[in-house]
Each structure stands twice: as structure tokens, then as C-alpha cells.
Design a protein. Structure first.
Length: 149
């Protein structure tokens, strides 16, 4: 150990020893005090303890806690998140909704393009569109397909 640390440890030990000696003398002297003085001292001690500052000790909790019955819950270290914490918690949900919206738009466009291709093929074909609606034409296509195989 270095000399500074040894000096600090010996100084703290001396302070502790001095405090113990003072406490022992005060305890011995308090036995000889009259009742009214000892009660005033007790009341003053209680007031001092009530007015002392309470230091909040922050501890960290595990991120995943067991809620019992095989259920796990997420714990983010506190009850109130503040505006930035709430925004950060909502951000994945917003991204999910935006992604689903984009997927829906792309699928709608693909479906519209497929329908446009079918319509274009029908309108640019040599046959008139009424031929496709004729039941005899459907039978003709079936027999033609079976003959080719």
C-alpha cells in the first residue's frame, strides 16, 4: 500500500477511536442527568432525526423479471419514463405500422399492375373481348389444350 492510503486508514482509525471515547463518556454522563433534561435531549434527538436529509439510493433492477406462473415482464428501471422514454418505447410500434403500410401499398400496386397486364393482353389480342365471354370459346380452348398434350 502507498503511504497516503496508510495515512488515511490510520487517520480514520484514530477518528473512530476518538468518537468511541466521546460516546462512552457521554453515555456515562447521561446517567447522572435529571429526568427533565434527559427528556429534552431525547425530544431534540428525535427532532434532529426527523429533519435529517434522507439520501435516496438508486439501485438497478434486472431488465427481465419473473411475474410468476411462467410469465416474464420487462422492467425498464423506473415507473416514470419521461417524454423521451415514452417516445423511445413507441418508436418500434411506429416503425411497425409504417412498415405494414408500405407493404400494403406495394402489394396494391403489384395487383394493379397485374390487372393492367391482363387488360392490355385482352385488348391487344386478335380476338375481340366478347369471344372470351362465349361459353363455346372456353370449350374450344379446352379441347385445343387437350389435343396439344
Amino acid at each position: 500500500m502507498n503511504k497516503t492510503l496508510q495515512y488515511n486508514l490510520s487517520q480514520m482509525a484514530a477518528e473512530d477511536l476518538f468518537g468511541q471515547k466521546v460516546a462512552k463518556r457521554l453515555d456515562a454522563a447521561s446517567q447522572d442527568l435529571p429526568y427533565d433534561i434527559s427528556e429534552r435531549l431525547r425530544a431534540a434527538r428525535m427532532q434532529a432525526l426527523a429533519k435529517r436529509k434522507v439520501v435516496a439510493v438508486r439501485t438497478t433492477a434486472p431488465a427481465v423479471m419473473s411475474a410468476g406462473n411462467g410469465v416474464a415482464t420487462l422492467n425498464f428501471g423506473g415507473e416514470s419514463f419521461g417524454i423521451w422514454g415514452r417516445l423511445a418505447a413507441a418508436l418500434p410500434l411506429i416503425a411497425l405500422v409504417a412498415g405494414l403500410f408500405v407493404i400494403q401499398v406495394v402489394q396494391d400496386e403489384d395487383h394493379a399492375n397485374e390487372l393492367a397486364e391482363v387488360d392490355t393482353a385482352l385488348l391487344t389480342d386478335d380476338l375481340p373481348p366478347q369471344a372470351y365471354a362465349d361459353p363455346g370459346f372456353a370449350q374450344f380452348l379446352k379441347t385445343r389444350a387437350s389435343e396439344e398434350h
